[in-house]
Design a protein around this ligand. Structure first.
Ligand SMILES: [Zn+2]
Length: 331
């Protein structure tokens, strides 16, 4: 049997899925993450996989999406909001425990791979996957494989500045990465809430703003319109650069139906083409795309994703500067 395990290691839950060659789910398990306990985290993942292997009577490949980043210098986890993982050789310890290679990738690359394989972007040659959630991330799949890039940051657009800004958008909110006006400060769920607060003085969560906008609240509708305009500009810049056939959206804000209608109506203004055929679609597998993409990674559909030894140049990592700009778990 051709068996591929995907692991989604999050701060509150560990999810595993087992896929066959056709992408059918043979198993799915979800357990709480043993918080603050690194050894127990490794053991929990390994045991879930071993239990399902015993039940299915086959051994599988393993790919894992995880918070934080792997330092290319040390091979250790850094900048994970699940802080007990930081400074640990997660990749090599899990590989040693399971006696096989474990392939790691960040959440946006897992989304891109999952959706390009059998999701909303199936059959497209060039796919840009966007996560609009607690943070903003992006990943690129080409011919069904993750494009990692020379610095392993291909597709990372969240910390580019918002393009074509108007006067009120400058310099933009201070970002945790140390720069001002990053797209993440505008396009994440917290960014949406902060924009609403700045303009109206009203303290509402992202989901509450969306719900009130859908119910007709004028101030919330205006906030959502500003959001849609910014997303259209951000994606227009991506289309001008890599010209994907499909832009697929995951994360909490992917559940706002308005964006799929309103953004493509606006983005042509900034796209350098007389005709725009790029499709903007929600992730078909929704929140499961991360764990499904991780399974695809382990099976080898991964392009240049991190599968080497600690110190591999292909390790997913942010900039090695004092601001420690790096990837975090964003969905
Ligand atoms: Zn930033």
């Amino acid at each position: 049997m051709d068996l591929a395990f995907g692991v989604d290691l999050g701060g509150t839950k560990i999810e595993i899925v087992a896929l066959d060659r056709e992408g059918r789910e043979l198993a799915r398990r979800r357990v709480p993450t043993p918080r603050e306990d690194y050894r127990a985290t490794i053991e929990t993942i390994a045991r879930l996989i071993e239990e399902e292997e015993a039940r299915l009577g086959a051994r599988g490949t393993v790919g894992m999406g995880h918070p934080g980043a792997i330092s290319p210098a040390s091979g250790l986890v850094k900048n994970a909001n699940s802080t007990w993982l930081n400074g640990r050789p997660l990749h090599t310890d899990l590989a040693a425990r399971l006696g096989r290679e474990v392939v790691l990738a960040n959440d946006a690359n897992c989304l891109a791979l999952s959706e390009a394989t059998d999701g909303a972007a199936a059959g497209a040659r060039l796919v840009f996957a966007v996560i609009l959630g607690t943070g903003v991330g992006g990943g690129i799949a080409v011919d069904g494989k993750v494009l990692d890039g020379a610095n392993a940051i291909a597709g990372e657009w969240g910390h580019n500045p918002l393009p074509w800004p108007c006067a009120e958008e400058l310099p933009g909110p201070r970002c945790w990465c140390g720069l001002d006006g990053c797209q993440e400060t505008w396009l994440s769920g917290p960014g949406l809430a902060a924009d609403h607060r700045r303009v109206t003085g009203q303290e509402l969560s992202g989901p509450a703003i969306v719900a009130r906008a859908e119910a007709g609240d004028p101030a919330c509708r205006a906030t959502l319109e500003r959001y849609v305009g910014r997303l259209a500009r951000g994606l227009a810049a991506v289309i001008n650069l890599i010209d994907p056939e499909v832009v697929v959206v995951g994360g909490g804000l992917s559940r706002v139906p308005l964006i799929y209608e309103a953004v493509p109506q606006l983005w042509s203004r900034w796209i350098f083409s007389d005709r725009v055929v790029t499709r903007l679609v929600p992730a078909r597998h929704g929140d499961s795309s991360g764990v499904r993409g991780a399974a695809r990674l382990g099976r080898g559909d991964r392009g240049g994703a991190f599968s080497g030894n600690p110190g591999s140049a292909a390790a997913p990592v942010g900039r090695a500067d004092p601001r420690a700009r790096t990837r975090r778990n964003r969905a």
